[in-house]
Write a protein that binds this ligand. Structure first.
Ligand SMILES: NC(=O)c1ccc[n+]([C@@H]2O[C@H](COP(=O)([O-])OP(=O)(O)OC[C@H]3O[C@@H](n4cnc5c(N)ncnc54)[C@H](OP(=O)(O)O)[C@@H]3O)[C@@H](O)[C@H]2O)c1
Length: 268
């Protein structure tokens, strides 16, 4: 029987690559996309892909998309992937910007998983995959709100992994720097009082991005496939060497040692 995956943020980047890979391998892909997304319309030409309208900041849209998805039949996997970065100093972020970041990146996955959980529990098998980030394991300057959402996802998923009934799993996909629309889509603000920190941070990221591996989204899609099909209890899947090394450095150096190293590298 054909298997089915439901994906949020399927219009672009990692979600799009995952949609393509699972469709190529014979799965039915229920692709959650925001209404009016032009890039998403081409996805519906792929065999096995059905588009569902979904803005994850809208709880009623999540509930409706889950009902529509489950009306097609059993859903084997749910990939809560939609997200974006809010960058810049905390003091210039408006309450709306803060709320939208949390609604999208943290409450979006939580509500999506909750919407599918009862049916997956009843069917006795299935999995949840969530796109985390190295920013869910290490704090960095000027992305405090993005990090808050990704740290939140890591703690939530690690906790939920104990709670899920036999036959169900939740796993975190942890990419390093990937070449997607992510930087372009970021909501970024600035303030003159933080100009020096911003310049140092930008320079640090420019070097990191130059030395980053090939950030092809299909590498993440392959990792999603592996996490979905390897039958392991493992929760976190670090996709690139950069992601593995960054998170391992914090383990090795300890939180304070790691922060000291970051301060030194940024000249803070
Ligand atoms: N790229 C990286 O370096 C990187 C690294 C670590 C983690 N991540 C994480 O990877 C995930 C995917 O990002 P990406 O790199 O693939 O970036 P992307 O190319 O910008 O794709 C983001 C996707 O999320 C969707 N999205 C954003 N807000 C949404 C909302 N309110 N409701 C529904 N969909 C929404 C976008 O839809 P639209 O097309 O409608 O905007 C798009 O499909 C995110 O969770 C991000 O935090 C990315």
């Amino acid at each position: 029987m054909t298997k089915t995956i439901f994906i949020t943020g399927a219009s672009s980047g990692l979600g799009r690559a995952t949609t393509q890979l699972f469709a190529e391998r014979g799965w039915t892909v229920l692709a959650g996309v925001r209404a009016g997304s032009e890039s998403a319309s081409q996805l519906s030409n792929l065999a096995g892909v059905k588009l569902l309208s979904l803005d994850v900041t809208q709880p009623e849209q999540i509930a409706r998309a889950a009902d529509e998805a489950l009306a097609y039949g059993p859903v084997d996997l749910v990939f809560a992937n939609a997200g974006y970065a809010l960058g810049g100093p905390l003091e210039v972020a408006s309450d709306d910007q803060i709320a939208r970041q949390i609604e999208t990146n943290l409450l979006g996955p939580i509500r999506t998983v909750k919407a599918f959980l009862p049916r997956l529990r009843e069917q006795g098998h299935g999995g949840f995959l969530v796109t985390a980030s190295t920013a869910g394991y290490v704090g960095m300057p000027l992305i405090s709100l993005y990090a808050a959402t990704k740290f939140g996802l890591v703690g939530w998923a690690e906790s939920l992994a104990y709670e899920l009934p036999e036959g169900l799993f939740i796993k975190l996909i942890v990419p390093g720097s990937m070449k997607t629309n992510f930087l372009h889509a970021a909501d970024r603000s600035s303030h003159p009082a933080y100009a020096d920190l911003t310049a140092k941070t930008d320079a640090f990221y420019a070097v990191a991005s130059d030395s980053a591996e090939d950030g092809r989204p299909d590498i993440v899609a392959e990792e999603v496939w592996k996490a979905a099909t390897d039958g392991k209890r493992q929760v976190a899947y670090f996709v690139t060497e950069e992601a593995r090394q960054t998170c391992a450095a914090r383990e090795t150096l300890g939180a304070e040692g790691f922060r000291a190293q970051i301060r030194q590298m940024l000249g803070l």
